[in-house]
Design a protein around this ligand. Structure first.
Ligand SMILES: C[S@@+](CC[C@H](N)C(=O)[O-])C[C@H]1O[C@@H](n2cnc3c(N)ncnc32)[C@H](O)[C@@H]1O
Length: 253
C-alpha cells in the first residue's frame, strides 16, 4: 500500500501539473541555504522535482519505494541518482546535510514519528529538514461524501486525446487522524468508452498544528520556518490547506 504503480504512477505528474502548484522554488531556495553536502530526498517518485534540481547541480540522492517510479525517473532524468528502497529499510551509512520530503510523502508513511527520528539520525549536527504536508479540509468538512459512494475527483485530457479520470471514495477515522482513500483510475477513449481501470488504496495521516510540533520536538527537530500553501508571500486570511516546514536539527531523541 502507498507505493505508486500503474496508471497512478503514469498519471501522477500530469495531475500535479493540472493543479498548477509547484514546490520547486521553495525546494530550490531551501537547498541553496543548506550547508554543503549530499541531501536525501524521500519518495522521489518519477523524478518530477528531483530531476530538475539534480540538473541544476544540487547533490541529491532520491529514495523511492516503487520500482516502477524509479524506472520512470531513470528514464527521464538519467543523471539524477535514485535507489529503490523504502525509507523504513534504508541503511544510513553517512550523514546528510539535509532531508527533503515534499509532496506529502510523510503522510503516507506508516510510523511518522519513527520516520522523523530516523531522519534526525541520518543528518549531521547542523542538518536540516524540509517537509510539506496537507490538511484534508474538504473531506473533514463533509463537503465530499464519505463511505462507499464513489465521486468523480478529477479528469483531464491526455496528449493523445484520450481521457484520464480519477474517481475516489474515502473514509475518515478522526481518532486516528487517518484518511483512507481508494482511487479508481480510468482511461477512456474519445467516445467515453472505458479502456482500462485500476483501483488503488491509500492510507494517509493528517496532523493538527500542535500534534505536528510535538511530533517534531519528540523526534529531535525544531521548526524554523512555516510556509502556507506553497507561497512565501501569503495573505493571513487564506485557508491553509498545505504547509511547508523547514526544520533544524535539535537534541537527538
Ligand atoms: C505523492 S508521491 C510524490 C512523488 C514526488 N516526491 C513528487 O513530488 O513528484 C509519493 C511517493 O512516495 C513513495 N513512497 C510511499 N511510501 C514510501 C516509503 N515508505 N519510502 C519511500 N518512498 C515511498 C510513493 O511510491 C510515491 O512515489
Amino acid at each position: 500500500m502507498n507505493e505508486y504503480r500503474g496508471l497512478e504512477g503514469e498519471w501522477h505528474d500530469l495531475f500535479w501539473e493540472e493543479e498548477e502548484l509547484s514546490e520547486l522554488p521553495l525546494l530550490r531556495r531551501f537547498l541553496k541555504e543548506t550547508p554543503h553536502g549530499q541531501v536525501l530526498y524521500i519518495g522521489s517518485g518519477s523524478g518530477r522535482l528531483l530531476g530538475p534540481l539534480s540538473q541544476e547541480g544540487f547533490s541529491l540522492l532520491g529514495i523511492e519505494a516503487s520500482e516502477e517510479m524509479v524506472m520512470r525517473s531513470q528514464k527521464q532524468w538519467p543523471q539524477a541518482e535514485v535507489k529503490v528502497v523504502r525509507w523504513e529499510n534504508f541503511e544510513i551509512d553517512e550523514r546528510y546535510a539535509a532531508i527533503v520530503v515534499p509532496a506529502f510523502t510523510l503522510q503516507l508513511l506508516e510510523h511518522p514519528v519513527a520516520a522523523l527520528k530516523k531522519m534526525r539520525k541520518a543528518v549531521s549536527e547542523d542538518g536540516r529538514l524540509y517537509l510539506s504536508l496537507f490538511f484534508p479540509w474538504i473531506e473533514l468538512s463533509g463537503e465530499l461524501p464519505s463511505g462507499k459512494k464513489w465521486y468523480e475527483d478529477r479528469e483531464l485530457e491526455l496528449p493523445d486525446g484520450r481521457r484520464a479520470q480519477i474517481w475516489t471514495r474515502h473514509q475518515i477515522d478522526e481518532n486516528k487522524a487517518t484518511l483512507r482513500r481508494e482511487h479508481r483510475y480510468r482511461l477512456l477513449d474519445a467516445g467515453g468508452e472505458v479502456l482500462q481501470e485500476q483501483i488503488t488504496k491509500q492510507s494517509l495521516r493528517w496532523f493538527a498544528d500542535g500534534t505536528l510540533e510535538r511530533m517534531l520536538a519528540k523526534s529531535g527537530w525544531k521548526i524554523s520556518k512555516e510556509i502556507p500553501n506553497f507561497e512565501e508571500e501569503n495573505g493571513d486570511d487564506d485557508l491553509v490547506y498545505v504547509v511547508t516546514l523547514e526544520c533544524e536539527a535539535g537534541e537527538r531523541a
